[in-house]
Ligand binder design. Structure first.
Ligand code: GLN
Length: 536
């Protein structure tokens, strides 16, 4: 029987429920258990696919093409589980499903209500991940206890415990223990209140994870234990771990969280091995070399807009025993002040995905700088499209070349709408999404990286390389190193006479893990290290 862990948050948001859920998943896996993870987001959008990165941060794409919360990226990076569209639900998607059922008459004339219809729907979503192969499902409830929109989710997980038996579920509450420097005191009251609210909703947490800047004394733990009605050994101290997120599982192990979960859920484990994880941390902390990469984008100011890219660069570093320093460059700044001062001295440049015209010319300038100065360059999705435009304008002499996304009347539409997109008008889940096969040409940088011809990568785009221009590009030194199996879509481009200039139409960052760095990120970092050595 599948057991369930519910992770709720208290006091403030952004405490790292996703990272903690992912870390628990990793620890349970290391003991031979099969784990799956999912997230419930209380907002009304059906999914984050239509939200601005400023608003929501990165949109993470699953193999099956769902546009989901970036916490699913943590789940996949920390564990071996694959996420899919059943791993992220929102208030919007839950209501949408219930309303569709109502329209089909599935409720047989009943009044459709939050309880039981919405809560039943939530419980069904939780059980979608159950199965003979799954020992534990970890469900993260977004937002914090006390939010109005959180209530149906709390009620559903309360009922769920009742339904499957309290011994088969575990409620873990992640909270903040603030330190007031003026009073030089740690404060437990906000946590007491948030647990109080949880108990009002009928949920007694089994374990409390305390995010804290300071060590929690035995006295503080006793107080929390008493007022929150939680065993003292189930008060877990989690001190801030910056800069390495991958340290969180170790902190939790030190505090005995894994043992506690196993004991409380009576799980049968097999082995206990986190050696690989430890060796990654060792490399992260004591790398043998270093390199600096610039990311040129337009959501640079938002902490998590390029989350998977930042992490993948770290993985690429681990793969080369190198520390990767990231220089975040706002593409509009390049448009205003020129490229040189922003990019001088970096060993590699990356232009990530994006939408809309703003900042595109700055990205194109950055790409030109990378091409002309033979600095390793990695273009991803929009980054590949910008590299195509740059090459068209400055190498093929196609003046005014552009993507029809930015200039519908361009004389040279080197990037244009995918054929299948021409009839699409509604937003949300309508792009070319998810895993698509791709065939590599041998003797290319891409082939060198992957070491095989057939690959599959995740996509999220509407526009593509316009094949009408292939001949001119070929004659000027562009290499088309990856195509869709029917050869209709260009998926990877490279440049001759450049140490490493590789651009992909897909998003390799969604498949990179610390334990298994993505081959393109690994090769990019390797090229950057080589560039630095040659030029210094
Ligand atoms: N805006 C471009 C497109 O839709 C690129 C998308 C992206 O970078 N994810 O094709």
């Amino acid at each position: 029987m599948t057991k369930h862990i519910f992770v709720t948050g208290g006091v403030v948001s952004s405490l790292g429920k996703g990272l903690n859920s992912a870390s628990m998943g990793m620890l349970l896996e290391s003991r031979g258990l099969k784990v799956r993870l999912q997230k419930f987001d209380p907002y009304v959008n059906i999914d984050p696919g239509t939200m601005s990165p400023y608003e929501h941060g990165e949109v993470y794409v699953t193999e099956d093409g769902a546009e989901t919360d970036l916490d699913l990226g943590h789940y996949e990076r920390f564990t071996n589980t694959e996420t899919n569209r059943y791993c992220n639900f929102t208030t919007g998607s839950i209501y949408y499903s219930v309303i569709m059922k109502e329209r089909k008459g599935e409720y047989l004339g009943k009044t459709v209500q939050v309880i039981p219809h919405i809560t039943n729907e939530i419980m069904e979503c939780i059980q979608k991940l159950d199965g003979p192969d799954t020992d534990v499902v970890i469900s993260e409830i977004g937002g914090i206890v006390g939010d109005i929109e959180n209530q149906p989710f709390l009620e559903a997980i309360r009922q769920f415990g009742q339904k499957v038996g309290r011994e088969n579920v575990l409620y873990i509450h992640l909270t903040l223990i603030p330190y007031l420097s003026a009073a030089e005191e740690i404060k437990t009251k906000p946590t007491q209140h948030s647990v109080g609210m949880l108990r009002q909703a009928g949920i007694q947490p089994d374990i409390i994870i305390c995010r804290t800047e300071k060590h929690l004394s035995a006295e503080v733990k006793e107080k929390l234990s008493l007022f929150c009605n939680v065993d003292k050994n189930a008060i877990i101290e989690e001190k801030d771990v910056k800069p390495y997120l991958y340290e969180i599982p170790l902190i939790l192990v030190e505090q005995g969280l894994d043992k506690l979960i196993i004991q409380k859920l009576s799980l049968k484990t097999n082995g206990d091995n986190i050696d690989k994880w430890l060796s990654i941390l060792e490399t992260l902390k004591n790398p043998s070399q270093a390199t600096e990469i610039a990311i040129v984008g337009k959501y640079i100011g938002h902490q998590s807009a390029y989350e998977s890219i930042y992490e993948s660069l770290i993985h690429g570093g681990v793969g080369n025993s190198a520390r990767v320093k990231v220089r975040r460059v706002e593409s509009m700044d390049i448009e205003k002040n020129g490229v040189k001062s922003y990019l001088e001295g970096v060993a590699g440049i990356l232009v990530p995905g994006g939408f809309g015209e703003r900042g595109v010319e700055g990205k194109i300038e950055a790409i030109r700088y990378a091409r002309e100065n033979k600095i390793p360059f990695f273009g991803i999705c929009l980054g590949m499209q910008c590299a195509t435009i740059e090459f068209a304008r400055n190498v093929c002499n196609l003046k005014g070349a552009n993507s029809t996304e930015f200039d519908i009347n361009t004389v040279h539409p080197v990037i244009s709408l995918l054929e299948e997109q021409r009839k699409v008008s509604s937003k949300g889940g309508t792009m070319r999404l998810g895993a698509q096969p791709c065939v590599l040409q041998v003797n290319t940088k891409a082939f060198q990286a992957y070491g095989r011809r057939d690959i599959s990568e995740r996509h999220r785009h509407r526009y593509e390389f316009n094949n009408t221009y292939k001949e001119i590009f070929l004659s000027k030194g562009m290499i088309f190193s990856g195509h869709s199996p029917n050869e209709q879509l260009v998926e990877i481009i490279e440049l001759k006479d450049h140490p490493w200039f590789v651009c992909v139409q897909f998003h390799p960052e969604f498949k990179s893990k610390p334990i298994n760095p993505h081959p393109l990120f690994k090769e990019f970092i390797r090229a950057a290290i080589g560039f630095y050595k040659e030029n210094n």
